[in-house]
Design a protein around this ligand. Sequence first.
Ligand SMILES: [Zn+2]
Ligand SMILES: [Zn+2]
Length: 388
Amino acid sequence: MSDAKHAIRQAVDGLAGELETLSQTIHDHPELGYQEAKACGWLSDFLGRHGFKVEKGVGGVETAFRASLETGDGPTIAILCEYDALPGIGHACGHNVIAAAGAGAGAALAHVKGQLPRGRVLVIGTPAEEGGGGKVKLIRGGVFTDVDCAMMIHGFDRTLLHQDLLGIVRVNFDFTGKAAHASADPWAGINALDACIQTFNAISMLRQQVRPDCRIHGIITNGGAAANIIPELASASFYVRAPRIDAMWDLYRRVVACAEAAARATGATLRVLQLDNVYEPLRRNQTLLDLFAANMATVGLAEGEPIPDRLGSSDIGNVSQVLPAIQPMIGIAPTGMAIHTRDFAEAAVQPLAKAGLLAAAKTMAMTTFDLLAEPAKVKAAKDEFARR
Ligand SMILES: [Zn+2]
Ligand SMILES: [Zn+2]
C-alpha cells in the first residue's frame, strides 16, 4: 500500500508542470458562477486526457462536470473542484488552486490505476460556489446520490484540517405602508421605512442574546423615494448565519419575528422572501479528517494557528449534510492575508500556492486511495455521519 502511495506522490510531481499551467490559465481567465465554460472545458479535457470518462452539464448545470474512473465494485469517492471567480477581483478566493488540485488528485489516481483497489473515483466540477449554490443544484440533480464520501480543499492563509463554516439563510423583507405629505399630512401616512429601521433595532437587540458564532447582518435596499414623502415602500435584505443547522433555522425564525413585530408596530404590511440559496453549515467528519491528516503529514503540510472566529459559508456545507464530506484549508498565501482581496488573487499563482496545490493533490489522492483500500473506513465515516 505504501508503494502505491509513493507512486501517487510521484505521479503528482510528474504532473506538476501541467497542473501549474491549468491553475494559471484558469486564474488568467476569471469566469463568474454558471459562466465557467472555459474552466469546465479545460478541466474536462485534462481529466479526459488522463484516462477519465467525462460528462459535462451534469445535474442540469451546464458548467458542471463529472469525471469517473472505475476499477470494479467498491466505494465511490468524490473529489470536488470549484472554479468560479469573484466579480471585479478575479480569483481572489483561489478557486483556480481548488480546481487544479482536484484534477491533479484524480489524474494521479488514474496514473496508478493498476494498483488501485476496486471502486470508483469521481472528480466533480461544482460551479458557482460564490453565492450561486452550484452544489445545491447538483445535490438536487442527483449528482451526489451514489457518492459514499466527498472531499475538497480550499486555499487559505494557513493550513487547517478543519475550519467551521456557518450555514446561511438569506431573506428579503418588503414593507408596504401608505404615502402622505411628510409635512402637511404625516399622520395620514404609514411609514414603511420606520418598519425597516425598527427591524434593524430589534435585530440589534436580538444580537446580544445569540451565541458569538452566529452572525446577522443586513442592508436597506429601498429607503423611500423623497424626504418629503412618508415612504410607502421600504425593503431590507438580511443574512442569518449559524454553525449548526437547527440553530440556523431557529435564529432565522427570530429574525423574521423582529420584522413581523416592526410591521405590527408601524401598521405596515410585510412580505418575507426567503431566498432559495441556503448554504448549510459544514458537518464535521472526524473519520475522514483523520485519514486526511495522516496523509497530509507525509507531504510536509503542517497545521497553522487555528482562527475559530473568522467564519464564512460555502455550499460544501450542503454536501456535508447529505454525506460524509470534508474541506481542509491549505496554506497558499502568507499568514494573515485575507481571502477575497486583490492580494490573495495575486498570491493564488505564486510559489506558495503552487506548492500548496501539489501537496493538496497528493493528500486528496492518498486519502481517496485509503478509502478504496479500506471500505471499513468508508463505513466508519458513514456511521459517524449517521450518528449526528
Ligand atoms: Zn470565496
Ligand atoms: Zn472560495
